[in-house]
Design a protein around this ligand. Sequence first.
Ligand code: ZN
Length: 412
Amino acid sequence: MTGRPGRATRNGRSGRSGAQAGAGDLLALVRNGRAVTRGALQQATGLSRATVGQRLDRLFRAGWLREGAGGPVDSPLGGRPSITLEFDDSHAVVLAADLDTRHARAAVLSLTGEILAEQSGTLVVEEGPESVLGELGGWFEELLVKAGHRAEEVCGIGLAVPGPVDSETGRVVQPPIMPGWDGYDIRGRMSRAFTERTGAPAVPVLVDNDANLMAYGEQRTGYPDCTAFVLVKISTGIGAGVVVDGSIYRGVDGGAGDIGHIRVGADAVCRCGSQGCLAAVASGGAVARRLAASGVPAASGSDVRDLLAAGHPEAAALAREAGRRVGDVLATVVTLLNPGVLMIAGDLAGTPFLTGVRELLYQRALPRSTAHLDVVTSRLGDRAGLVGAGALVVEHLYAPDRVEERLAAMGV
Ligand SMILES: [Zn+2]
């Protein structure tokens, strides 16, 4: 389990406390706001004032910690008010990209998740990983110029992809809508594209499923206290991301949340080759096909999105019907997971679809599992995947154990 990036130590929850607490544990306490003064760190860890001072010194020398601008606050140990400490996010930046089937979005983000420069455009995953990731390297090069940052400041790259990912290897596993990507070394190719374009040293590349990273981004920024959070993305395909106790729940090999290929007994053939999948009748792609069959020009989830935004009545009726189909499956999902928030995101997320989801969900799920459930739409919109991918990289690199390793490698 500990081999999976960031899993054991995400949010510093399982970091050591007490006499063993290292610089990484102190940084985690500052970053998550649980202890932001020297006195509070002493109290949280049981370390002596001198030891806390030595460990903080390493973080100051690395440029990872700074004194807060907020002025002194009362110390929990009494005595003079203490200076607050904060994570210094100016020492590095993160690159992130969110790939959809025909479209991508990429950004430079600060370590605290602020988008510093952003770009979106056509990038067709069907053209294969070699070309897509090569082109993305070019996007990153331009974005760094736009953001005014050097490639040497980049500490890591996060990628959201529309398929199931084994987070151990960063490779996609039998992705129905990513032909040519199955088992491909995405990390290696992305890293090479980055170094070839920029001449900067290689950095860690983390890859995860798009719905997982959207869920992670939305939960962290909008619902940090929600301990069971589910996001369903309805675009060309359908996928779900689950965040439990602040961590992405991936299952044993990254397959958790792939609800688009649950058989719902319809006769439509799915892109995965099976018949009757949920995605074959209720995704943006499925709605587009039905619109096209009745003479409305639509070829993709994003076309449906445009029609919905323009108030097209047939698109709205079909979106509501798709919502009912998805709501039926979500009744089982919420019964199993009992989430506090169920977020609907992606091209079809809007009032008609949400209405359909609610109709079936509340009818089919036990009242017990929906009593404290909020069914909502996305807050971050098209940026959710980017924010989640950036956060994944930061939580990986600043997990307590990795902080120790990185400080040692820097010689501080
Ligand atoms: Zn399928």
